[in-house]
Design a protein around this ligand. Structure first.
Ligand SMILES: C[S@@+](CC[C@H](N)C(=O)[O-])C[C@H]1O[C@@H](n2cnc3c(N)ncnc32)[C@H](O)[C@@H]1O
Length: 323
């Protein structure tokens, strides 16, 4: 039996560095949703102001490169003269090489790195962004079995669980606020990544992290205990992931958490609807009309989409800034 992070680190390293891995056949993300990236670009252009020349942007956990592509496309449309240094940062050299091919019309630089380690290469970053990286970074699990009994959840290779004593006072104090018997992830890897980024941010700079997870006790309690405990660790073809505990991240880093769709709607100033096609996307009403055929082929009824299913609340936008 081992802490979850020890198993997760090894599995994810093997998964992302394997020649056989084709990540988007194993799971779907919002990384290729142009709406979120466009919202980032619009906000960036309104914040960058006089820093325009040579501003440094870092993206971590880049996947296909499309999250960078749509961002850069929109930034250059809005500010054609802008001079940017855009850095693609990822632990997999193979993923970086493929993304660079997609991004060949832009000038981008690449850095192979582990987001959980010291990020000494960051130079005066103005904007640091990531989509679905934090859920991949290492996490441990804890559970409150009664008012005083805080335990760590250990796992074996088949992900069977066992509870062991937890001695760390900071964790015990945090876990006392959580509902009993819910196995709660604490994403130490994401905390280290975001803290290291925050330390290096230039004045006026900011970090955006998009991911799935929970930001309130109500969200935890909204799922029956058994369903929560059986689904909090997910395995995609060997890779291990868990929800991001934004309650803990916000306690560690400050900052602000909101719904990802809420953020995107606020910046784009229009209502958006969740659709799951080849990847995850937001459609506005014009998209619903113009892509009717594709939606039908994917068994979507227009009324169903416009009915606004709320299953997306678990996708969050976490913002940390240096004023
Ligand atoms: C779930 S994919 C998300 C990709 C893309 N952002 C998207 O949303 O489609 C996670 C990405 O993070 C990278 N990654 C995983 N662990 C990492 C680590 N410790 N340091 C840096 N990159 C990592 C993977 O290689 C992969 O590109």
């Amino acid at each position: 039996m081992q802490p979850f992070d020890e198993i997760q680190r090894g599995r994810n390293k093997a998964y992302y560095s394997s020649e056989k891995t084709t990540i988007y056949s194993d799971f779907k993300t919002f990384g290729g949703s142009e709406k979120v990236a466009y919202a980032n670009a619009i906000e960036f252009c309104s914040r960058v102001g006089e820093l325009e020349d040579g501003v440094n942007i870092y993206e971590f956990g880049i996947g296909s490169g499309m999250f960078a592509y749509y961002f850069l496309e929109k930034v250059y449309e809005l500010k054609p003269e802008i001079k940017l240094n855009y850095f693609l940062c990822d632990s997999s050299g193979k993923i970086i090489e493929n993304a660079k091919k997609k991004l060949k019309k832009f000038s981008v630089e690449a850095i192979v790195c582990n987001a959980e380690e010291e990020l000494d290469f960051l130079e005066d970053p103005f904007y640091i962004r990531s989509n679905e990286l934090c859920d991949d970074l290492s996490a441990k699990f804890f559970v409150k079995v009664n008012e005083d009994g805080i335990k760590e959840v250990y796992f074996d290779r088949k992900l069977n669980k066992e509870y062991t004593n937890c001695e760390e006072e900071i964790i015990k104090a945090f876990m006392k606020t959580l509902p009993e018997n819910y196995e709660i992830p604490i994403n130490f890897g994401a905390g280290a990544y975001l803290n290291n980024c925050k330390k290096k941010l230039r004045k006026g700079g900011y970090i955006d992290s998009f991911d799935y997870g929970f930001a309130s006790l109500e969200e935890v309690k909204s799922l029956p205990l058994e369903i929560w405990n059986n689904s909090i660790v997910r395995e995609f073809n060997g890779q291990l992931t868990t929800d991001v505990n934004f309650i803990w991240l916000q306690k560690e880093l400050g900052g602000m958490v909101e719904g990802q769709r809420e953020y995107t709607e606020r910046i784009l100033k229009r209502k958006l609807y969740y659709v799951e096609l080849e990847q995850l996307e937001y459609f506005d009403e014009a998209d619903i009309k113009s892509r009717k055929k594709e939606l039908k082929e994917n068994d979507y009824e227009e009324d169903f989409i416009l009915g606004g299913i709320d299953e997306l609340d678990e996708y969050k936008h976490f913002r940390v800034e240096k004023r």
